[in-house]
Every structure is written in structure tokens, then in C-alpha cells.
Design a protein. Structure first.
Length: 462
């Protein structure tokens, strides 16, 4: 078997092996004679390099083997024996084809050929059969083994036991397959690699009509660009992205969906694709359209704002109240129509609605297109998304001008009534005073009459 030394840049291994013509004229390996002298010889550095390489291979944690160009195993470390369950003497000098299928033997031969011709490192899947008969899925990383002259004389193969990875992959595929939501996996070009039954049910395509197809087949060019941008962001930043997609179903229906796209990573953590979860938005869109219809047709002025107070929707009653066209209201901050103090109050209302999910009332005096300050009451409640998170405010205004006119009239009537009461009290005071005087006068007349009668009686007696 070849002795190995370190003689190639970047730590790659060369074989320290003398080549001499064999009986059939081919190059065969000839082991150089051992240095039996105590003094250092010219090849001592190479021998030490070969020894180091042998030690590295023997003690590598991963299964490592060395083969010649025909695929015959020349060296295998202990990790190979542990993986396959064969003793060293059952592995060495054996053809790799003994442990893999004919198809994989051809694939390994092709990998060897590419390694020899192009000097590249090749990756391949091998399913080696162990001593117990178990077929063990492995990934092979094959690189060139070079002689002293730099010629490729074999291959160094590093195997990776993929059983746990494959088990994890099967588990992940099972999760995707049985997920209630439509879930698909795509590569970095947007080609669909896996799609569960829920995707087929949503779009009406069979699984074989979806797999290996580009997502661009089902969505518009504009959304394809948006999905590509989402893919780029997922790959570059490893983030989760949300987007709206409108795929066309087998029946031709355009289905509104929301896409949640996250990174699919390989065992080394590299992003190799995307996991997309779709949500059918048809029912939500119907509910939204119904809510928008309720707002639009409400008799009271109703508007919807985001959490910064920007008006996103306003019905016709708002336009009639303030005298602005809808395009003069939408995307405008509410602070444009109310004073700074009321803006602060509205911001406090927003904060309370978000923090406590409460409904709040406030007084607002927006300025109309004509410059009139219109007294209104605001009833503000939370606008929630599908997940229940507050994303804005629904505000209902009530025109208080008529109410305030009534209040003013009542106050005026009250003042008038109070004046009349005062006048009445004064009149009563005058009338009562006169009555009291008449009573006093009558009493005085009666007293005088009694006195006169007594005087008459006394006079008649005398």
C-alpha cells in the first residue's frame, strides 16, 4: 500500500511511492527500501510526511479510505471498520464494488475518472452494505491522491454516515407531507422540489404536475420578481420573508395567498433552498371586502388608520363631513386635520388601544376644507390582523355640531328661564308685599270699627 506524505499546497496528501514498470508494462507501486542507517538520508523528510499522513488517516474521526485507480482499497481507518462492521483484513485489497451496488460502482468509477482527469474533488452518494447486510447511506467526498511527480495515482475518500441526516430528512418530509397548510420546498432558482397534498388541493394540480416546475409557471412575472427578491433576502440574510402571491390554479382561478418563506439549509448550514408556507386568503379577502363594505356604507364617518395615524381608508361620510375628496384624505396623517394638542391626545389613544386593546373615546375638532372647525367625538378601537395583533385603528366620528347647537339653545333657554324666574320672584315679592299691606290695612280698619262701636255703646249708656 502507498506511503503518504504532505507535499501539496493547502494540506492535500501525496503518495510517496516509487513507480516502476510492471510485468505488463503498467506502472506498479514499489515500496522504497527502509532507511536502516542512523544518519539522516535525503528521503527522511518525505518518510516523516508519509508517516504523519498515515497517522492523520488512522486517527481521523470520519471514515477515511485510500483506493487505487481501479477502486481497490489500499488503506482504511478504524472508523471505516466501525461503520461497515468489517475487520481491516476484510477491507484491504478489496474492490469497493464489493460493498456497493453495480450502479454506484459505475458512479464511483465516473467520479474517479473526473478526479484523475480534472484533479477536482467530487461528491457522491454511496449506499454501502455492512457486514450485517444493512445498507448504510453515506456521502462520499473523493479527492486526488498524487505521487511524488504530481501524477494522480489513486483517490482519498471520506465517508459520512447519513443515517441520522436521512432520518431527519424523512421526518422533515413527513412533517411537510402531513402539514395542514400548503407547504412546498424550492431550490434557489425557484424550482419546486417537494409539495404536499395541501398544495395540490389548493391549486388543483397533481404532485407530478408541480414537482420540477418553476414557481414562475404559476404566478405572474411581477410576482416572480418579488419571489426572486424574497429568495435573495432569505439566502443573503437568512431571514424569514412574507409576500403576497396569486398563483393560477388548474382551473384558471387566481388564488390570493400569503407566502411565508424561510431558508432550507444543508448539514453544513448553507442555504440550499426555501421552505414556503402558503395561506389561502380567499376567505380572509372576503371578510376584508365585507368589512370594507360595512365601513364604506356606514352612515357615520368611519376611517381606518395605521399605528402612526396615517389614514388608510375613509368612507364617503368622512368626505362629506370634512369636505375633502377621498384622494385628499388617504395616506394623509390625521395630524394634518387636527391641532397639535389633539394630535397628542390621539397618539395617547392609539397607544392605549395597542397596549390594552381597549376602545377609547376622545374629542376631536378637525378643520374642514372650508376652514370650519367641526366638533366631533371619536370612538377608536383596535384593527387586528389574522394573528390577532393590533395593526391599526378603526375610528368612528360623530358630528357634534347639531348637538352643540341644541346645547347652546338649551343654555340660552336656561338663561332666559332663570331671568324669568328672577322677574317672577320680584313680581311675587311686589304682589305679596301689597297683599300684606292690604291685610294690615284691613286689620287696622277692623280695629277702628271695633273702637267706634265701643264708643257708640258707651255714649248710649250715658
Amino acid at each position: 500500500m502507498p506511503e503518504l506524505r504532505r507535499g501539496q499546497p493547502r494540506g492535500s496528501l501525496r503518495a510517496r511511492r516509487a513507480l516502476s514498470p510492471g510485468r505488463d508494462g503498467s506502472d506498479t507501486a514499489r515500496t522504497p527500501p527502509a532507511n536502516t542507517q542512523g544518519a539522516p538520508k535525503k528521503g527522511d523528510a518525505g518518510s516523516r510526511g508519509a508517516l504523519d499522513a498515515n497517522i492523520i488517516i488512522a486517527n481521523a474521526p470520519d471514515p477515511v479510505f485510500v483506493s487505487d485507480l481501479e477502486g481497490r482499497i489500499l488503506q482504511a481507518n478504524e472508523a471505516i471498520s466501525e461503520l461497515l462492521g468489517f475487520r481491516q483484513d476484510e477491507l484491504l485489497e478489496q474492490s469497493l464494488s464489493r460493498f456497493i451496488s453495480p450502479e454506484e460502482s459505475r458512479e464511483f468509477t465516473a467520479a474517479l475518472r473526473e478526479v484523475v482527469e480534472r484533479g477536482v474533488t467530487r461528491n457522491a452518494r454511496l449506499n454501502s452494505r455492512s457486514a450485517s447486510g444493512e445498507v448504510i447511506p453515506t456521502s462520499l467526498n473523493a479527492s486526488a491522491l498524487r505521487g511524488p511527480e504530481g501524477r494522480v495515482i489513486g483517490a482519498i475518500g471520506i465517508l459520512r454516515d447519513m443515517r441520522e441526516v436521512d432520518e431527519a430528512r424523512r421526518y422533515a418530509e413527513s412533517l411537510i407531507k402531513n402539514a395542514p397548510d400548503p407547504v412546498f420546498v424550492s431550490d434557489l432558482e425557484g424550482k419546486i422540489l417537494q409539495a404536499n397534498d395541501a398544495v395540490s388541493e389548493l391549486l388543483g394540480f397533481r404532485e407530478d404536475e408541480l414537482l420540477e416546475q418553476s414557481l414562475a409557471r404559476f404566478i405572474s412575472p411581477e410576482e416572480t420578481r418579488e419571489f426572486t427578491a424574497a429568495l435573495r433576502e432569505v439566502v443573503e440574510r437568512g431571514v424569514t420573508r412574507n409576500a403576497m402571491l396569486h398563483p393560477r390554479s388548474a382551473s384558471g382561478e387566481v388564488i390570493p395567498t400569503s407566502l411565508n418563506a424561510s431558508a432550507l439549509r444543508d448539514v453544513e448550514g448553507r442555504v440550499i433552498g426555501t421552505i414556503g408556507i402558503l395561506r389561502d386568503m380567499r376567505e380572509l379577502d372576503k371578510a376584508r371586502a365585507y368589512a370594507e363594505s360595512l365601513i364604506e356604507n356606514a352612515p357615520d364617518p368611519v376611517f381606518v388608520s395605521d399605528l402612526e395615524g396615517k389614514i388608510l381608508q375613509a368612507n364617503e361620510a368622512v368626505s362629506q363631513l370634512l369636505g375633502f375628496r377621498p384622494d385628499e384624505l388617504l395616506e394623509q396623517s390625521l395630524s394634518r386635520f387636527i391641532g397639535p394638542e389633539e394630535t397628542r391626545e390621539f397618539t395617547a389613544v392609539l397607544r392605549e388601544v395597542v397596549a390594552r386593546g381597549a376602545t377609547r373615546n376622545a374629542r376631536l375638532n378637525p378643520r374642514s376644507a372650508s376652514g370650519e372647525v367641526i366638533p366631533t367625538t371619536l370612538n377608536a378601537s383596535g384593527l387586528r390582523d389574522a394573528g390577532g395583533k393590533v395593526i391599526g385603528v378603526i375610528g368612528i366620528l360623530r358630528d357634534m355640531r347639531a348637538y352643540e347647537r341644541v346645547v347652546r339653545d338649551l343654555r340660552a333657554s336656561q338663561a332666559e328661564l332663570q331671568q324669568k324666574i328672577l322677574d317672577l320672584e320680584k313680581f311675587e315679592e311686589v304682589v305679596v308685599g301689597r297683599e300684606l299691606k292690604m291685610i294690615a290695612l284691613e286689620r287696622e280698619v277692623e280695629s277702628l270699627r271695633h273702637q267706634l262701636e265701643r264708643m257708640k255703646a258707651e255714649k248710649s249708656q250715658t
